[in-house]
Design a binder for this molecule. Structure first.
Ligand code: DQA
Length: 161
């Protein structure tokens, strides 16, 4: 199983930007923790960060046929990007949206969310721990999908009455 973790604009500035909102942890540290969890659970993991909307769309499209799950923090594009929303819809891969801060408790403009309706679930306001929760959630989703596939295969192989 392969998970791709996609981080949007300014998340490369974690540890520097607005520490009172996002905390002191750097993106590399978050990724190192995710990598550890992935290794322990036999998951292949790839990380991608971009400040550009089109590059995020390209990366989502590349996931088609390559990844089984996506963990996405679209950052500011969450509130504006129909292009990212459409890319998520197009590829039909389970996608968990993460926000470090609780976007519902902040400025009004952060309450608009273009991405959430096309994601499998959203995790907000847990700080960097949200990424760990997303990994656990993705593992659960993958196990459920595999169980459904196994039961469908068993039904196909069973002799017809
Ligand atoms: C964020 C919340 C967004 O509103 C903001 O633009 C970000 C980070 C978060 O993780 O809390 O850049 O996605």
């Amino acid at each position: 199983m392969k998970i791709v973790v996609i981080q949007g604009p300014n998340l490369n500035m974690l540890g520097i930007r607005e520490q009172h909102v996002y905390g002191p942890m750097k993106l590399e540290q978050i990724h190192a923790q995710m990598k550890e969890f992935a290794t322990q659970n036999n998951i292949e993991i790839e990380f991608f960060q971009s400040n550009l909307e089109g590059e995020i769309v390209d990366k989502l499209q590349e996931c088609y046929g390559d990844a089984q799950g996506i963990i996405l923090n679209a950052a500011a594009y969450t509130h504006t990007s129909i292009a990212i929303r459409d890319a998520i819809s197009a590829i039909s891969i389970p996608t968990i949206e993460v926000h470090i801060s609780n976007i519902h408790r902040r400025e009004e403009f952060r309450k608009t969310n273009m991405i959430a309706p096309v994601c499998t679930s959203s995790i907000v306001g847990f700080g960097p721990f949200g990424y760990h929760l997303a990994m656990m959630g993705m593992l659960q989703i993958m196990q459920e999908i595999q169980a459904v596939q196994a039961s469908q295969e068993a039904q196909q192989q069973a002799p017809q009455a």
